[in-house]
Design a protein around this ligand. Structure first.
Ligand code: PNS
Length: 158
């Protein structure tokens, strides 16, 4: 069973990492797939994001990193994946995730979306808020892996 955990990962948070750990136990192979979407004006390039993910997935030998553009289900079919993993932080994530899961099912009926809950301590953490808090000088301790925090510092020239 091959599963895909797709996202922007700009940057990877400890919530993402928690989901990678959980997803790696559900699937034989888990592909963390970075969306190539320059219109989102990412802080980190796809290559930098792939590097930062590589640095933290060492504990899970069945996890790999890749990137994609176009439809996620097309990428899933190319890779023989039948499971899409998504995290739900709370009710506010649900409606958007429900629509995406049903659209993906319409496009690829053999591919199922599996929703996972990260640990409650990560339920308020998003890449967007991490970037904002960091930019404004707040502490991001415990919100992202240390290697990601170091990359944020370097990107800010600190
Ligand atoms: O981390 P994100 O930004 O919430 O991830 C969103 C992502 C990458 C999973 C979603 O935007 C996506 O799958 N994009 C690829 C294009 C696609 O397949 N669109 C139709 C989905 S219904």
């Amino acid at each position: 069973m091959v599963a895909i955990f797709a996202g922007s990962f700009d940057p990877l948070t400890n919530g993402h990492l928690d989901l990678i750990a959980r997803g790696s136990r559900l699937a034989d192979r888990l592909i963390v797939a970075i969306l190539r979407n320059e219109s989102k004006k990412p802080l980190f390039s796809v290559e930098e994001r792939a590097d930062m993910i590589h640095e933290v997935i060492r504990p899970w030998p069945n996890v790999e990193v890749d990137s994609f553009d176009g439809l996620l289900v097309d990428f899933a079919n190319q890779r023989g994946a039948t499971m899409l993993i998504r995290g739900l932080r709370g009710v506010s994530d649900y409606e958007y995730e429900r629509e995406m899961a049903l659209m993906n099912r319409r496009l690829a009926p053999a591919v199922d979306t599996v929703f996972l809950l990260a640990d409650a301590q990560h339920s308020f953490v998003s890449s967007k808020l991490v970037k904002e808090v960091f930019r404004l000088g707040g502490s991001i301790d415990g919100l992202v892996p240390e290697s990601v925090a170091a990359r944020l510092q370097r990107a800010a020239g600190k």
